[in-house]
Design a protein around this ligand. Structure first.
Ligand code: AP5
Ligand code: MG
Length: 210
C-alpha cells in the first residue's frame, strides 16, 4: 500500500506516520526530514535547501521529487509524509500510483500549541510533545537515546510562511486527490492516540491483512 499524508504544518503528519511505521512496518518517508538531511551537508545544494527551509519556503520540485523517488525505488509499502505539497509535484509522481491520500484536518488555531510544545530527536526521525506526547525520560528520545531539540524552522516567522504556503500550494493538492477519489479526510484535532486509532481502523478496513 502506497500512502500520502498531508495536512498543515504541525497537524501530526510525522506522528501518525511514525505510528504506522512501528505498527504496520510502513517505510516512513518524510520530505522535511530528507531535506533537513540534505541541508546538513555542506554542499552548495545543501546550503540552498537550508536557506529555503529556514524561512519556510518550498524547495524546487525537481529536488524533492528526485530525493523521494530514490528513497521509494522498488518499495511497495510506504507513507509519504508532507509530499507532494504542490500540484506540479503531484503531477511529477503520477508513476508511483498512490493508493490513498490521508488529509489530517486541524484548524490553524490549534497548531500554535503543537509547535511550542514540539521536541524532535537529534537524529531527526522521532517527534514528541511536552504535554501531549512526552518521552519516557525528559529530554531523551525513547527510540534512539539522542537528545530532544526544537526545530530551527519552528520560529513564528517561518511558521507563518509555512501555513501560508499550506493554504496556497497544498490545499490545491488536496483538491486534486479528492477529484481522483483518493482522498480520506481525518479529524486531526483529538489527542494523538485517538487520531492514530482512527487512522489504523480506516487502513485496516481498506486492507485487513495490513
Ligand atoms: P516538514 O518537516 O514536513 O514540516 P511541516 O509540513 O511544516 O510539518 P511539521 O513537520 O512541522 O508538522 P507535522 O504535521 O509532521 O506534525 P508533528 O507530527 O511533528 O517540512 C519542513 C520544510 O521542508 C518545509 O517548510 C519546506 O521548506 C520543506 N519541504 C518539506 N516538504 C516539501 C515538499 N514536498 N516540497 C518542497 N519543500 C518541502 O506534530 C507536531 C507537534 O504536535 C508534535 O509535538 C507532536 O507530538 C504534537 N502532536 C501530534 N499530533 C497531536 C495531536 N493529535 N494532539 C496534540 N498534539 C499532537
Ligand atoms: Mg513532520
Amino acid at each position: 500500500m502506497k500512502l500520502v499524508i498531508l495536512g498543515p504544518p504541525g497537524s501530526g503528519k510525522g506522528t501518525v506516520s511514525e505510528q504506522l511505521e512501528r505498527e504496520f512496518h510502513f517505510l516512513h518517508v518524510s520530505a522535511g526530514e530528507l531535506l533537513r538531511n540534505e541541508a546538513a551537508q555542506k554542499t552548495e545544494e545543501g546550503q540552498k535547501i537550508n536557506a529555503l527551509i529556514t524561512v519556510g519556503k518550498l524547495v524546487p520540485p525537481e529536488i524533492i521529487v528526485a530525493l523521494v523517488k530514490e528513497k521509494v525505488k522498488s518499495k511497495r509499502k510506504y507513507i509519504l509524509d508532507g509530499f507532494p505539497r504542490s500540484v506540479d509535484q503531484a503531477e511529477m509522481i503520477k508513476d508511483l500510483s498512490i493508493d490513498k491520500v490521508l488529509y489530517l484536518d486541524v484548524p490553524d488555531e490549534l497548531l500554535v500549541e503543537r509547535f511550542t510544545g514540539r521536541r524532535v530527536c537529534k537524529q531527526g526521525h522521532h517527534s514528541y510533545h511536552l504535554k501531549y506526547l512526552p518521552p519516557k525520560k525528559a529530554g531523551i528520545c525513547d527510540y534512539d537515546g539522542s537528545p530532544l531539540l526544537q526545530r530551527s524552522d519552528d520560529t513564528p516567522k517561518a511558521i507563518k510562511e509555512r501555513l501560508r504556503i499550506f493554504h496556497s500550494e497544498t490545499k490545491p493538492v488536496i483538491e486534486y486527490y479528492r477529484k481522483k477519489g483518493l482522498l480520506m479526510k481525518i479529524d486531526g484535532s483529538p489527542l494523538p492516540e485517538i487520531v492514530a486509532q482512527n487512522v489504523k481502523e480506516i487502513l485496516q478496513k481498506l486492507d485487513p491483512k495490513l
